[in-house]
Design a protein around this ligand. Structure first.
Ligand code: IVH
Length: 673
């Protein structure tokens, strides 16, 4: 790499390299089509960093190296919006949407008006100001007049252009958009927070807003925020319509909604068709939306319509109601996680909701139980928003049985009866006993799970039996299992024994990153595990790793570095790894590319029927590359069934089981997302 650092010498060569890297980022992040290999990209980036170290005064503010600020923690400065940030009038009713259309026609005194229909992104609003094509500052909505300057955090978002492209760049422009988190990133973030004893975010919107307000931009960078733009508050560009605005924004390098998520409509019927189409699509989108926004397309007409103080007259949001069902809480159980965190779970009377049977819903932690004031025997409203995970929205207090008592977290672990602990400053209540059977089962199950060693047929029930019968008490014991031992398991016959032993055998040569994942090191998810694997010479290197070395890896902060180094210093952990190796586990160093946070990541997919544009092998490869798992047989555990033409009986079975069905077109869109 150091040879390449010699290749640029002049300021001009430097500018050229910066521009080239900006272009690569755009292809990688916006279009998901990298032009060069990761290796070449890393080399060029290294070259850029080296050169900038030698010539700090030449550093361009839009250089990709400037995305993460090294600046110290600071509070937020407040600034005034050049144009106030308004909110939108909204409705849940088709009739009121019709009234909006009639009102617009009347006010404009026209028989027909074109509308631009868009997704209503469920994130947090942002205003981005560009001066001479460079990002100058980014403000939150605040009170609409004055917002917080969150520029440093915004700069860490890869999809935010630091420098605009195209020929038509205005001197000053203020662009409006939404900062959001994909559902996959949101769930990963919450899972990590729950493990760390922090309160999970209620929804992706709160998570996005909270992340924008993080004072340390390096922390914000890890949250993987995203941007989509939908309006220009001020510029001098020649545009006549909202649809042209979106095109223009795209040309300047801003991320805007995909063309299939925007539609021109000339009357209420067309608007309604769009609303219906998007409503159906909602569950398949990798991010949350809460409705659609309908805007008068002609910008001059928008000006004529003006505003009613708080909201513009030219636009209206039509919001989707989330699907709801009412059911009874039969019990509130408590699960013990692999790190000892106790999670209350509502055990519900099974009920149908948005295409699937729901019988459980997590209540996250004791604070949430208190907030909802949920009790055993209560009737509750459960709902599914854009997200596929149902949640308890509220209790029907009018139906509460008189004799009900408020529910309290147990004071001892429901599995090992150890007295629980509540650390100061944490929301979580934990079982402190590392030998707890519950924790052990979860640890071993996690090690065997799809995201780690991927040992098929080793579900939670099987692990529970193995631990209870004393056949497995630590993860390395898995590799000492044989036919005789497995014969002791309930329901295990020749074939199931063979299947399980074969899966265990296959897992011996797992990729190093999955092995690291399986260890269950606190704060180490998929991404950090991959990062560690990519940066390690071998497992020995990992066992000797120091905090200093870890901190040099881009993407590992102080806290994670300490947790990792501590983990590998611990004698018990070292012994476990030694035993795993001794029992024939040989993790492999492979550099493979998995898209993290993709809708398929960690999901089980099954194919049926023939696809028009993909062979089976191609479709399987695309799924695997995105972190998914392809299986031949359909079961309750299947997440998606992809249906081609002439589907087999799997189609009917999937419908009965309430499994999400994807058409080839929906599959393609998810592949490309
Ligand atoms: S246009 C005058 N378009 O919804 C306001 N807003 O409830 C101009 N939002 O504050 C906003 N998707 O944060 C517009 N396609 C979209 C949107 C959108 C989401 C948000 C935005 C706004 C809020 C109003």
């Amino acid at each position: 790499m150091s040879e390449r650092a010699q290749q640029i010498h002049t300021q001009q060569e430097y500018i050229k390299l910066v521009d080239e890297m900006v272009e690569h980022d755009k292809h990688y992040y916006d279009e998901c089509k990298p032009l060069i290999s990761d290796f070449e990209y890393d080399q060029k980036m290294h070259e850029l960093i080296c050169f900038e170290k030698q010539h700090p005064d030449w550093i361009l503010p839009y250089s990709p190296t400037q995305r993460v600020s090294e600046g110290a923690t600071k509070g937020f400065v407040q600034r005034t919006h050049l144009v106030p940030m308004q909110s939108l009038g909204n409705t849940y009713s088709e009739n009121e949407l019709g009234d909006f259309v009639k009102r617009v026609l009347k006010l404009l005194d026209r028989k027909e008006v074109d509308f631009c229909c868009e997704l209503k992104m469920d994130g947090t609003a942002i205003s981005l100001t560009y001066k001479k094509g460079q990002l100058s500052h980014a403000l939150t909505r605040g009170n609409g007049q004055v917002g917080d300057d969150v520029t440093e955090n915004i700069k860490t978002i890869k999809s935010v252009p630091l420098k605009l492209t195209g020929n038509n760049i205005p001197d000053v422009m203020e662009v409006r958009g939404e900062i959001f988190l994909s559902l996959a990133t949101f769930h990963a973030l919450n899972a990590q927070r729950e493990e760390e004893g922090l309160e999970p975010f209620a929804n992706p919107r709160n998570a996005a807003a909270g992340s924008l307000k993080l004072l340390d931009s390096r922390e914000a960078a890890k949250r993987k925020l995203n941007l989509v733009c939908y309006a220009i508050a001020q510029d001098q560009s020649p545009r006549d319509t909202q649809l042209e605005t979106l095109e223009y924004l795209r040309d300047l390098g801003f991320p805007v909604s995909k063309p299939e998520h925007v539609s021109k409509a000339s009357n209420i019927n067309e608007i309604w068709n769009f609303a219906q189409k998007i409503h159906h699509l909602r569950e398949l989108l990798p991010f949350e939306i809460d409705g659609i926004v309908v805007k008068v397309n002609d910008l001059r007409a928008q000006d004529i319509l003006g505003t009613t103080g708080k909201t513009p007259r030219f636009a209206m949001a039509y919001k989707f109601e989330s699907e709801k069902a009412i059911t009874r809480v039969n019990d509130i159980s408590v699960q013990v996680g692999r790190t000892g965190v106790l999670t209350p779970v509502a055990e519900l009377e099974p009920v149908h909701l948005a295409g699937s049977m729901i019988s459980r819903a997590t209540l996250h932690n004791a604070d949430e139980v208190k907030r909802l004031d949920i009790r055993i025997g209560d009737w509750v409203v459960i709902e599914k928003g854009g997200d596929v995970i149902p949640k308890v929205a509220r209790v029907e207090f009018s139906k509460r049985p008189i004799e009900s008592k408020s529910w309290k977290m147990p004071t001892s672990c429901p599995v090992c009866q150890a007295a629980v602990v509540h650390r100061e400053g944490e929301v979580a209540i934990r079982c402190p006993n590392p030998k707890c059977l519950g924790q052990r089962v979860r640890k071993i199950f996690y090690f065997a799970s799809k995201q780690a060693m991927d040992i098929e047929h080793m579900g939670e029930r099987v692990v529970e039996q193995l631990v209870k019968k004393g056949l497995v008490s630590r993860i390395s014991d898995i590799y000492l299992l044989d036919e005789n031992k497995l014969a002791a398991l309930e329901g295990f016959k020749e074939k199931s024994i063979r299947n399980l032993l074969e899966s265990i055998e296959r897992s011996r040569n797992c990729p190093l990153s999955r092995f690291i994942m399986g260890l269950g090191i606190k704060s180490v998810g998929n991404e950090t595990a991959e990062l560690l694997a990519d940066n390690m010479r071998d497992l020995d290197h990992l066992l000797q790793i120091t905090e200093k070395e870890l901190l040099e890896m881009d993407g590992i902060g102080e806290k994670t570095a300490r947790l990792i180094a501590d983990y590998f210093r611990d004698a018990d952990h070292r012994e476990e790894i030694r035993l795993l190796l001794q029992h024939g586990v040989t993790p492999q160093r492979v550099k493979k590319k998995i898209v993290i946070g993709h809708a398929f990541s960690g999901k089980a997919l099954v194919l049926t029927g023939s696809l028009e544009n993909y062979t089976r092998d191609e479709a399987s490869r695309l799924i695997k590359e995105r972190g998914g798992h392809v299986s031949d047989s359909l079961s309750k555990k299947t997440d998606y069934l992809i249906v081609g033409s002439d589907p087999g009986s799997k189609f009917d079975k999937a419908q009965k089981l309430g499994i999400q069905i994807l058409s080839e077109d929906q599959f393609r869109r998810l592949v490309e997302s």
